[in-house]
Ligand binder design. Structure first.
Ligand SMILES: Cc1cc2nc3c(=O)[nH]c(=O)nc-3n(C[C@H](O)[C@H](O)[C@H](O)COP(=O)(O)OP(=O)(O)OC[C@H]3O[C@@H](n4cnc5c(N)ncnc54)[C@H](O)[C@@H]3O)c2cc1C
Length: 469
């Protein structure tokens, strides 16, 4: 055992009081520079607020860049069934023609990505996913914020919150020592709900029966991949590849031979905009929590061992991979699910699958329920009715309790099943934009976020090109 274990009997110690540098104040403070944070910062800036975005890493993008999570999942409903045909294009299976249900900031970023050759425009051909290059994504994200006059602070980890009479004060750990920033409203885009939890909001974690969350996955990029050779194999063995996953027989053979030891039965990988490259989403570490430093450590070690096994398996057994190698793995393991902050409404799996509509809708989603088994093999994938989408009410972004904090992205208020759908990056950007707009209207109108009329949020979102019913 090469990693530190949690103490058997937890004891705590008192730390000496300390002073922090006062780094300034702003109307809207966005914490976290992932998809939700980008949406929130631009949404708030467009609505007329002064905005600062703070991120713990030295780059933006969140899971899109730090965890190499690719592609942007489909944000289209499915209007028509696709003609079943070529199964070799590394596309999601059974995709039909669809219409976008997310607009706004997502499209501004998309246009920028496509213009610079960093992404492929969504179409039926890509199953409406958006393959992108994570390094170019980082640059596009900086430019997006610069173009909207959002001030950034990188390398700053939010570690606490202090309530002030009419404002909030966030505490950051940095190389320059601790510092604080004051804001009228904070939008928590940390994915983990760090800020809302620090402010005292309640939350749920994992599935109801045992609290286990979806597994973690270390993603990696394999290069020198021969797509033609792989396509020839899947044409010859159509039973062995479905859109973006498969190779069941080869995985079974390698598992039986002791070469693979994974809690999954197949391989899952996605095309990228770069020739000769795939993004591999096939490691799986179960029964670990992304808010436990002990579990994160254990998961990183386990996932890197799995990555080495998978790379060897692909090279040795899978046509098209003979000369391939791992060019890059995520800066950190990808964490699918942690805290779901309890808000004024809790979106349910039933709301998602029945495509429920709400009067206070501020975002929409059409992505299926997609639950990687928290404790073993298998994935539950359940689609919405064809051509449908569900609404996300503003109440899901308003935590119960804290007055000056909004949540966006994967930590909004919902159950385990609903979360598996709204967690994807395009919907996270949409809830981010909505939270940013609400925060800006609160700050500029000198009121609490919950006192901003939802009609005003919806009006501003529509003016910003968001897709609302
Ligand atoms: C393995 C895996 C595969 C996935 N596949 C896809 C896919 O193919 N397509 C898709 O669309 N979605 C996919 N998802 C889901 C998607 O990546 C996330 O749910 C989405 O990125 C959530 O966006 P977010 O902005 O809420 O959080 P994140 O992307 O996690 O961003 C949070 C940001 O906050 C920062 N941060 C966190 N805590 C602090 C703190 N205390 N202080 C300062 N900064 C902080 C982080 O560094 C990060 O930049 C996948 C997820 C995983 C893990």
């Amino acid at each position: 055992m090469s990693h530190l274990m949690p103490p058997r009997v937890p004891t705590t110690v008192e730390l000496p009081p300390r002073r922090a540098l006062h780094a300034g104040s702003t109307q809207v403070l966005v914490v976290g520079g992932g998809p939700a944070g980008l949406g929130a910062a631009v949404g708030a800036a467009n609505a007329g607020a002064e905005v600062v975005l703070v991120e713990r890493y030295g780059f933006l993008g969140g899971n899109a860049t730090a965890a190499l999570v690719m592609p942007l999942m489909s944000f289209h409903n499915e209007v028509k069934q696709a003609v079943p045909g070529d199964t070799t294009r590394l596309l999601p299976p059974d995709h039909g023609e669809g219409e976008p249900v997310v607009g706004g900031v997502l499209w501004v970023l998309l246009e920028q990505l496509v213009r610079t050759g960093a992404a492929i425009r969504p179409s039926l051909e890509t199953g409406y996913t958006v393959p992108f290059d994570p390094e170019l994504f980082k640059l596009a994200a900086y430019e997006l914020l610069e173009n909207h006059e959002v001030r950034m602070l990188l390398h700053a980890f939010a570690s606490g919150l202090v309530g002030l009479p009419d404002r909030v004060r966030a505490v950051f750990e940095t190389k320059s020592g601790p510092l604080v920033l004051d804001a009228d409203v904070i939008v928590d885009c940390t994915g983990d709900g760090d800020i809302a939890a620090a402010a005292g909001a309640g939350y749920e974690t994992g599935r109801p029966e045992d609290g286990w969350t979806q597994p973690m996955t270390l993603m990696f990029r394999m290069v020198r991949f021969d797509h033609e050779e792989f396509a020839a194999y899947t044409r010859a063995r159509p039973d062995q590849w479905k859109g973006v996953h498969g190779l069941w027989d080869l995985v079974r053979a390698a598992t039986d031979a002791g070469e693979l030891d994974l809690p999954r039965e197949d391989m899952l990988f996605f095309a990228t905009p770069n020739a000769g490259e795939v993004a591999v989403n096939s490691t799986r570490v179960t029964e670990v929590l992304g808010t436990s430093v002990w579990d994160l450590t254990r998961a990183e070690l386990a996932a890197h061992r799995q990555m080495a096994q998978i790379a060897r398996f692909l090279r040795d057994r899978v046509p098209g991979f003979a000369d391939s190698y791992v060019a890059q793995s995520g800066v950190q393991i990808g964490v699918r699910e942690t805290r779901r902050i309890t808000g004024e409404y809790l979106l349910t799996g039933e709301d998602v699958l029945s495509a429920r509509k709400f009067d206070d809708a501020v975002a929409r989603g059409a992505y299926p329920v997609d639950i990687h088994n928290p404790s073993g093999r298998g994935t539950r994938l359940e689609r919405l009715p064809r051509g449908e989408s569900y609404d996300i009410p503003l109440r899901c972004l308003l935590p119960r309790g804290p007055e000056r904090v909004l949540v966006a992205g994967r930590c909004i208020s919902g159950d385990h099943v609903a979360h598996s759908s709204y967690r994807v990056m395009p919907i996270s950007m949409a809830t981010g934009q909505a939270a940013g707009v609400c925060a800006a209207l609160a700050a500029t109108g000198e009121r609490r976020p919950r006192d901003v009329p939802v009609s005003a949020v919806q009006r501003e979102l529509r003016a910003q090109g968001a897709s609302l019913p």
